[in-house]
Design a protein around this ligand. Structure first.
Ligand SMILES: [Cu+2]
Length: 180
């Protein structure tokens, strides 16, 4: 589902209930006892077509690949910037805005059992195998300037946010989060 930023705010306010909606500055609010909804804002960014075109696809930046850092790669042509990487378990609402000027991005969520092992990847399509990698959900292709949301119930563990438009994962458009 793709919604505008304003719609995302309205949807978020609705999920929080009337009391929380009265306080626009409240980023997260308690639901039932012991259950907290956490909002994570995500910037889906890239450095433009020229830098993307100059990327060496023989040096893919992927989890479990020699030379690829587990954190965001500073040399990547595109990536995700998050308001937080450590998130309480329970209901997590991702609000992702595509700040690219020229292309779509998307955001999938994958559970990571072992940070040293690569996810299932097809080098012909240059995309992750979403079923084999165990996608939990996604904000599908989002045009430049638009915002989408995804709400998941996450247990403690490590997860990856990744863009699975062809070449984007290999260009470093992924990051890890820890749910505690
Ligand atoms: Cu992308």
């Amino acid at each position: 589902m793709t919604v505008t930023r304003r719609e995302a705010m309205i949807l978020g306010a609705g999920a929080l209930g009337a009391a929380a909606a009265m306080s626009a500055a409240t980023p997260a609010a308690a639901g039932s006892a012991g259950d907290v909804m956490t909002f994570v804002q995500v910037n889906m960014w890239d450095r433009g077509a020229d830098i993307m075109g100059a990327f060496d696809m023989s040096n893919r930046i992927m989890l479990g690949t020699p030379g690829a850092a587990l954190k965001d790669d500073p040399g990547a042509p595109m990536g995700f910037t998050l308001t937080q990487h450590v998130i309480p378990h329970g209901t997590v609402k991702f609000i992702a805005t595509n700040t690219s000027t020229f292309q779509e991005h998307e955001m999938l969520v994958f559970p990571i059992d072992d940070v040293t092992k690569p996810l299932a990847y097809n080098t012909e399509t240059e995309r992750l195998d979403e079923d084999a990698a165990g996608s939990l959900g996604e904000i599908s292709e989002t045009p430049p300037g638009e915002t989408g949301t995804l709400t998941l119930d996450l247990k403690p563990g490590i997860y990856m946010l990744a863009c699975n438009i062809a070449n984007h994962y290999a260009m470093g458009m992924w990051t890890l989060i820890t749910v505690i």
